[in-house]
Design a protein around this ligand. Structure first.
Ligand code: NAP
Ligand code: MG
Length: 472
């Protein structure tokens, strides 16, 4: 697609007030593939005003009608799924097969499922002598990251619109082209003008202006914990509602008697997908002392099939990371891992062979990682697995929960009851039990410093609603 050199405000594309632009780079070959406007505070102001004007009409629109338009949006997203997949592969570096299925495919499903959800949702309930009304929070400022750019947009925008809120979106500057294509889909679906607005730009300028704008009632943010803390503090000072989806350091716990090979293979695939740039990646692998070396042997065998290469090639299983900065951060983490005494089993900070162009990283396994090491504590956001040894279940649980984060986790056991018992004690918002599949309607979000609030399904919709009680 041709990138727009405009922002989308009040139902049409129009020139941005700011004159700077943002160049979008393909991380596989370091070439510029497009540019978008760097929106300014004036653009944010215009977008928020458009969203405010559209709010009363949209909030009063029947949920069934909102559901119809969201269904139309899912049809538009399905129609451009292949184009969207290629675009996200070009701006993020995700391998094309995964891009089609997940980056572009999952949001189609997600949008349709949430349209169905809102059509059946009870926006009113009787509590004794009261009538309790669930009303939209108002104008939502949505700020999203680049790793699953369309998915993160859909996780916010779709439930917000479903709830009757209007939206101003500030997508990640590294991946704004998919946000523009999403906006085309919104426009084609026929939403009223001003219900959805897009201002591309930097976090420091457009993002900050959105968080501070007095016309915004709620900020829904997905990104790093450090930026999330800042945004939470600024927005809370104005008594805005804040939802935060932040980083993670999720653990995969393999209990004795579990299917070791299956548990390790799934773990390797989980961390290699999107070159390790998934907030819920299972980056800490906990294995009982008796199974430990065998688990590492299986992982080494498995990881050999992830050879960094061109993500647009359908046979490629491992693309680059998103940017040179991201590559630098991942390599720094690896160097610290070595310096702190972890055993580098495979991979490491050097460029993969034959990949001198593009932001490629060697798929990496560390062993003998202990809880005080930075590679056990900090989010790496790259294709790096850390193996940790435990002696008994109590020890495993202590290691799992010894983290500032609490986004996700996984547990494997010979029987499901034992796995569920362990999962109940894990301090995190989602746990995959014996490889349980991702559920697009299950609430997603973090304990501890992984966030505030939940996205998706009924719980996600509730985030965008406020309650009023009428005493009758
Ligand atoms: P990031 O640097 O925190 O940026 C996220 C978004 O916030 C971007 O749009 C960014 O703009 C914007 N931003 C930055 N500073 C801002 C400010 N002062 N005011 C307002 N907005 C601001 O995160 P990232 O590097 O894009 O994404 C990676 C992180 O996201 C990881 O930590 C990952 O775990 C987390 N993540 C969490 C989830 C979840 O659901 N919990 C999902 C995906 C990712 P720029 O584009 O200009 O930087
Ligand atoms: Mg950033």
């Amino acid at each position: 697609m041709n990138a727009h050199d405009e922002v989308f405000i009040g139902g049409h594309w129009r020139p941005a007030a700011g004159t700077d632009d943002i160049k979008v780079i393909n991380p596989a070959n370091e070439q510029v593939i497009g540019s978008v406007p760097a929106g300014s505070a004036a653009d944010v102001d215009a977008a928020v005003n458009a969203a405010r004007s559209a709010l009363p009409g949209w909030a009063a629109t029947a949920p069934d009608r909102r559901a119809e338009l969201l269904t139309a949006l899912s049809v538009e997203l399905a129609a451009c799924q292949d184009q969207m997949a290629s675009l996200i592969t070009a701006e993020v570096g995700t391998t094309i097969g995964f891009s089609r299925r997940v980056q572009a495919g999952l949001p189609v499903n997600m949008t349709r499922l949430h349209a169905e959800l809102v059509a059946d949702f009870a926006f009113e309930e009787r509590v004794g002598s009261s009538l309790v009304l669930l009303e939209p929070v108002g104008v939502v400022g949505a700020i999203t990251p680049w790793n699953y750019p369309l998915h993160q947009i859909v996780c916010k925008v779709v439930p917000a619109l479903a709830a009757g809120c209007t939206v101003v979106l500030k997508p990640a500057e590294l991946a704004p082209l998919s946000a523009q294509m999403f906006t085309e889909c919104v426009a084609a679906a026929g939403f009223p003008a001003g219900v959805f607005n897009l201002v591309t730009g930097t976090g420091a300028e457009a993002g900050e202006a959105l968080v501070r704008h007095p016309g915004v009632d709620m900020i829904s943010f997905t990104g790093s914990t450090s930026v999330g803390k800042h945004i939470g503090a600024v927005a809370s000072a104005e008594v805005k509602r804040v939802a935060l989806e932040l980083g993670g350091k999720s653990a995969n716990v393999i209990l004795p008697g579990a299917d070791l090979a299956q548990a390790v293979r799934v773990n390797v695939a989980d961390v290699m997908r999107n070159a390790g740039q998934s907030c819920n990646a299972l980056t800490r692998t906990l294995v009982h002392a008796d199974d430990y070396e065998e688990a590492i042997r299986i992982a080494v065998e498995e990881i050999a099939s992830y050879i960094p290469g061109d993500p647009a090639d359908p046979d490629c299983r491992m693309g680059p990371v998103v940017s040179s900065t991201q590559r630098g951060k991942v390599r720094d983490h690896m160097r610290r891992g070595v310096a702190e005494g972890a055993r580098l089993v495979v991979g490491g900070p050097e460029a993969p062979e034959g990949r001198d162009k593009g932001y490629y990283i060697r798929p990496t396994i560390f062993a003998d990682v202990t809880t005080e090491m930075s590679i056990a504590r900090e989010e790496i956001f790259g294709p790096v697995l850390s193996f940790m040894r435990y002696e008994d279940e109590g020890d495993a649980l202590r290691i799992v929960n010894d983290s500032e984060y609490g986004l996700a986790g996984a547990v494997w056991a010979a029987d499901e009851d034992r796995a569920i018992t362990f999962a109940r004690s894990m301090e995190c918002g989602q746990v995959a039990v014996n490889g349980g599949a991702y559920n697009p309607l299950a609430p997603f979000g973090g304990y501890k410093q992984s966030g505030v609030g939940r996205e998706l399904g009924k719980h996600g919709l509730m985030e965008f609603l406020q309650t009023k009680s009428l005493q009758l």
